[in-house]
Ligand binder design. Structure first.
Ligand code: GAL
Length: 712
């Protein structure tokens, strides 16, 4: 395996290793050693080349302080290597052992109600704790030194899904660290008071020792600046915790690749040193779970959305945990992938940027908090349909990997994403409005349904490969981003910036100019004179769900409709349809055209969607939030005329199409059937299915959950 230095972060960045990692997270410590050789033999027969191990085994690596025991994993690594399987090790810091939490209870997390985390599950310790950091460096160093020259250990995962169980802590130690961070950031207490707005509600501090953690609703609302800095601090602490480990691993063996597996994406700034410290990101993919938790509109779509979000941070990634079967923890269970669907889901991950993939997990556990979380094998140690599908997937990858590695995922329509500060700025003051990501999802889903190549991209990234860019309500904006967007539009791009963008400073203060600020308004030639609420689809005009009304509502029961709730329509071409969430009243420069107008009340005839020609492209402003109706009309009336269309035409519903493109322009099209029914799809003819080598005519039958991969 060859590793090159990682390129700068970009949604277009391929992986920096020349091998497609394929295998499973493996827990040899959960079974008797008599299973091990048979396990390795069956993994090799399935076509696996690697396993990931050790993330929850600190108590085995170090049974008591300073006494290390590598025996079990040494033998496991050696046994796997005899069958050609390499090992990725994990730093085991998601589960500090009991001897450590007993000796140092001060490193346990404390929640906002003052409840200290108990030993007995995972992520109970606070990554900002200097005591935990000392021990994390100790165990990392011991493991790294032990495996430094072991040719069967090829790389490392830091910790496991940092911040997924929880990211927050209100422990005394966390408060001390927060104060230090504030001191470093601001230097003087006056600067902190200025940033947080200390003259509002007497939230002024006399010195850094007085600074408190921002307890939510205790009793009233915290300043947005204070809340934002707490989350910046948590992200900084998470990155620093990881950096301790990465520095040791890199200094010990620079040939190892180092990554992290993302879970819930809380309090991690993926476009910061958190990712630049790594070779690439890993992203754990559980489509059924995400769909049931977040209801984005079906697990196939939910998976595609999550993959596109992840790719926006740093480009291609690996999937260290890909759902294989029924999943459960004591209080939840997910739908089960149907026959063929596990392979289809794995191919979707590859189609949207995965350059390595491991099926979670080799065998299910027989004890512990995930006894019904199924693996590739069953509880009785038998390989059944999931094993067969994993094997089939490994053979799929063998057929396409030479075309695949080095390619990036095509995006014609980019959606501004991956910005930690904007995500947090929204959360400091949501007002019952959709978040930038929720709004973006409405457009993303409409594009997904039409198989238009899309994804998320940061405005500082290379935009030259896009045809269009949508900016969904980014409160904080930078002049450099305006410059990058201007070059994109002048070069022929289509830009749509939407309501509330460019309205706050980095401290969460409202700008002292009409929005959009930071030069952004000059691109569409528009300023926002006034704004107000429009009712959300299906709702009654109230801003907050009852449980968030601080005791003023009837406690959990729906509140009666508000008599002053107002709905507004949008007139776009010959049609009028309902708007949602927010209106803006716009002032237009002379060279700006109104493409759509408000249809009702005092706003009737005022512009809601505008267009201004700029260089070879066009800059648009949208003075409201996205709805499904609006998204489809934007596609029809703006994107299609700009030459943006489906990657393959005439696809039946449920067929997912994406393209991976090589630097030299070579293209691969993934055509995946996300339904259980066979379908016949029209094709150009004369193409080869890279998975089977078959020559295809002007149509192809794709089995339920089946796939074809075309060289375009
Ligand atoms: C992941 C986690 C694994 C396992 C899996 C199934 O989030 O990294 O350790 O818990 O989910 O629940």
């Amino acid at each position: 395996m060859k590793k090159t230095p990682p390129a700068p972060l970009s949604a277009w960045r391929p992986l920096n290793i020349d091998k497609f990692l394929i295998g499973v997270p493996h827990y040899p410590e959960h079974v008797d050693e008599t299973y091990w050789d048979h396990d390795a033999q069956r993994m090799a027969e399935a076509g696996f080349n690697s396993v990931r191990m050790g993330e929850f085994a600190w108590h085995i690596w170090e049974p008591y302080q300073g006494h290390f025991d590598f025996d079990l994993f040494d033998r496991a690594i050696e046994g796997l290597a005899r069958h050609g399987i390499k090992t990725i090790l994990c730093t085991p810091t998601a589960t500090p052992p009991r001897w450590l939490t007993q000796a140092h209870p001060e490193m346990l997390r404390v929640d906002a109600n003052g409840r200290t985390a108990s030993h007995g599950s995972r992520q109970h310790c606070d990554t900002s704790s200097p005591v935990l950091r000392d021990h994390s460096r100790r165990i990392t160093r011991a493991m790294a030194e032990h495996y430094a020259n072991n040719p069967n250990v090829i790389g490392w995962q830091t910790d496991n899904e940092l911040n997924t169980t929880t990211s927050i802590s209100f422990s005394p130690s966390c408060e001390i660290e927060f104060r230090k961070w504030c001191h470093l950031r601001y230097g003087t207490i006056d600067k902190l008071n200025g940033a947080w707005g200390g003259d509002f509600w007497a939230t002024h501090y006399d010195n850094f020792d007085q600074v408190l953690l921002p307890y939510p609703n205790n009793p009233g609302h915290i300043s947005p600046g204070h809340r934002q800095d707490y989350h910046r601090f948590l992200a900084h602490a998470t990155a620093a915790f990881q950096r301790d480990q990465v520095e040791i691993l890199r200094a010990t063996n620079p040939d190892w690749f180092v990554f992290h597996n993302l879970g819930q994406l809380e309090d991690i700034d993926f476009r910061s040193e958190f990712s630049t410290d790594l070779d690439f990101l890993g992203f754990d993919i559980y489509p059924m779970l995400y769909d049931e938790m977040r209801r984005h509109g079906g697990h196939a779509y939910s998976q595609a959305l999550h993959l596109d979000i992840c790719r926006g941070f740093t480009g291609n990634f690996i999937v260290p945990e890909q759902a294989s079967g029924f999943g459960s923890q004591p209080l939840l269970s997910t739908m089960t992938p149907e026959p063929g669907e596990m392979r289809r889901m794995a191919l979707t991950s590859v189609a949207r940027g995965a350059d390595g993939l491991m099926f979670f997990r080799w065998r299910p556990a027989h004890f512990g908090a995930e006894i019904y979380w199924m693996g590739v094998l069953d509880h009785d140690d038998q390989p059944r349909r999931r094993y067969a599908e994993a094997k089939q997937f490994a053979s799929d990858i063998a057929s396409i990997k030479s075309d695949l590695l080095g390619s990036s995922v095509r995006m014609d329509v980019g959606i501004a994403g991956s910005d930690f500060d904007n995500q947090e700025a929204y959360r400091t003051y949501p007002m019952g409005l959709p978040s930038p990501l929720e709004d973006a999802t409405v457009l993303h889903r409409a594009l997904y349904k039409r198989n238009i190549a899309t994804g998320f991209v940061h405005p500082e990234d290379d935009l030259s490969r896009l045809k269009a860019l949508y900016v969904p309500h980014w409160l904080m904006w930078e002049q450099e981003w305006t410059d990058n967007l201007r070059a994109f539009v002048e070069g022929g791009g289509l830009l749509i910036a939407s309501a509330m963008t460019g309205t706050r400073t980095r401290d969460n203060h409202i700008l002292r100019e009409l929005a959009p600020g930071m030069g952004l308004g000059d691109l569409p030639g528009v300023r926002v004179e006034e704004f107000g609420r429009v009712i959300a689809p299906g709702q009654d005009g109230l801003f907050l769900p009852p449980q968030k009304t601080m005791g003023f509502g009837p406690g959990g029961a729906p509140l009666p409709a508000c008599s002053t709730a107002r709905s507004y329509g949008i007139r776009f071409g010959n049609e009028t349809f309902a708007a949602a969430h927010l209106y803006e009243k716009l002032i237009l420069q002379d060279d700006v055209e109104a493409l759509a107008t408000w249809a009702d009340r005092w706003l009737e005839g005022e512009a809601v969607l505008t267009r201004r020609a700029l260089g070879k492209g066009c800059s648009h402003y949208l003075g409201t939030y996205m709805t499904e109706d609006l998204a489809h009309r934007l596609i029809d009336q703006l994107f299609v005329p700009a030459g943006i269309s489906s990657l393959l035409h005439g696809m039946p519903e449920g067929i997912e199409v994406t393209e991976r493109t090589q630097e030299d322009g070579k293209r691969m099209l993934f055509v995946l059937n996300t339904t259980e029914r066979p379908v016949t799809v029209p094709l150009e003819g004369g193409k080869i299915d890279l998975l089977t080598g078959a020559s295809l005519g002007t149509e192809a039958r794709i089995e339920g959950y089946g796939a074809i991969v075309l060289r375009a």
